[in-house]
Design a protein around this ligand. Structure first.
Ligand code: ADP
Ligand code: ASP
Ligand code: MG
Length: 412
């Protein structure tokens, strides 16, 4: 029997009526002959509320206790969901991540999934149960509850779909699918029928919160067909898939912004082997997540090394940079804490020129000053002042006609 995994995000299970609506989705699939696994998030803004409760009692809560606490939001949803299905005449059983042995490493608040007891889930499905699993959580080898990072229920769902070889993983959320950019920031954004895993990975890593990045990585590695769709209507949504040939004809598929960024520049670092290795080893030891790195030689003797970090990592990163300035005898450390990143993404960039020119031209026309630029094969990112980033997003969206479906854009 084919299996489908259906994941419902926080707004899609926010109250009793929404849970019933989600349960009807499950029943439709059951009636069509599928075995159904549900992955549910905490209701509404509950995770944020739990974070606030914790911080009120302890501004620096122990990480283990934080994960133990945050995992409870999802646990409430799954039992309520099972009760709703039971009242509608269907057999359903809920589990925590630990109960289905969703094993993770021990890194609290950003744990990575190592394995899942798929046979256990299959046995329940074969008893005609709808299996409802709490998203966002697992356990480590010592039985401690871990969480997968904010937005991590997507990853629980795709990992389960991979482990069960599900036909499809449906991600039900509060928008119709994946858009060219966040429709809340640029209301004329258009929905994409399909997007490649690679583009979705870039978009997720550059701020498109619609999918948890690790879920897309799982999907790509294990060939999981992921469909992002609205829990409130029947639109088919967006399929995340391997690249299809016509995607190359689209220059830019999407744009993102990432707020709350900072840039640290080490100015006048000795231009000798091993400097970058030292800088980034020290940052890694301090568990700082570094986004983009820019190194340039400024003379035969000196180089500048700059990198972007999230503002939450800034105090630690600044301390590391100050220590390194003394140890490496750099001339200066320059910090900008008011940065945001605007990025354009598209696999079509690989085979077309002119994307950089068009991006910078659009920003110039909108009078947005570019602090720094980084690129990959399929994206261009510009760091700009945080007060200008929304204007920058609109400018690039209009330049690449992200307010129009691809077939209506000017040919490249
Ligand atoms: P859920 O609680 O269902 O997991 P999320 O808030 O995590 O929902 O993700 C859905 C939100 O992602 C949307 O409300 C939208 O504002 C935001 N978003 C950001 N970028 C995009 C994009 N490119 N396409 C669609 N939604 C996006
Ligand atoms: N409830 C968690 C969060 O708000 C996980 C999720 O919703 O995916 O981040
Ligand atoms: Mg989400």
């Amino acid at each position: 029997m084919a299996i489908v995994v259906q994941k419902f995000g926080g707004t899609s299970v926010a109250d009793a009526e929404k849970i019933r609506r989600a349960a009807r989705r499950v029943i439709e699939r059951k009636q069509a002959g599928y075995q159904v696994v549900v992955v549910a998030s905490a209701r509404g803004q509950q995770t944020d509320e739990l974070v606030r409760d914790a911080l009120e009692l302890n501004p620096n809560p122990p990480q283990r206790e934080m994960d133990q606490l945050l995992s409870t939001g999802e646990q409430q949803t799954v039992s309520l969901f099972a009760m709703a299905l039971e009242a509608m005449g269907y057999k359903a059983i809920s589990f925590t991540g630990g109960q289905i042995r969703m094993m993770t490493d021990g890194v609290y608040s950003k744990a990575q999934i190592k394995s899942i007891d798929a046979d256990f889930v299959r046995r329940e499905l074969n008893q005609d149960q709808v299996v409802i699993v709490a998203g966002f959580q697992g356990i480590d080898e010592f039985g401690n509850i871990t969480t997968l990072g904010r937005g991590g229920s997507d990853t629980s769902a795709v990992a389960l779909a991979a482990a069960l070889k599900a036909e499809e993983c449906e991600i039900f959320t509060d928008v119709d699918g994946v858009y060219t950019t966040d429709p809340r920031l640029f209301p004329n954004a258009v929905m994409l029928d399909e997007i490649s895993y690679d583009e979705m990975l870039e978009m997720a890593s550059l701020g498109a919160g619609v999918m948890h990045i690790r879920s897309v990585a799982f999907g790509k590695r294990y060939n999981v067909k992921i469909r992002v769709r609205n829990s409130g209507n029947d639109n088919p949504g967006t399929v995340i898939t391997h690249e299809v040939p016509q995607m190359e004809g689209v220059l830019v598929s999407g744009a993102t912004i990432q707020k709350d960024m900072a840039k640290i520049s080490l100015i006048g670092v000795p231009n000798v082997p091993g400097m970058a290795a030292q800088v980034f080893t020290r940052l890694a030891e301090a568990k700082v997540v570094v986004n983009d790195i820019i190194q340039t030689e400024i003379s035969p003797e000196k180089a500048n090394i700059a990198f972007l970090v999230g503002t939450s990592d800034l105090p630690t990163a600044r301390q590391v940079a100050d220590d390194l300035q003394k140890e490496l005898h750099c001339e200066n450390v320059f910090v900008r804490d008011d940065i945001a990143l605007v990025s354009v993404i598209g696999v079509g960039m690989r085979s077309h020129y002119g994307v950089a020119e068009k991006t910078f031209g659009a920003l110039a026309k909108a009078k947005v000053n570019i602090d720094s630029i980084t690129t990959s094969e399929i994206r261009i990112s510009c760091a700009v002042g945080k007060d200008e980033v929304e204007r920058a997003l609109e400018a690039v969206c209009l330049a690449f006609e992200l307010d129009k479906p691809a077939r209506q854009r000017k040919p490249v």
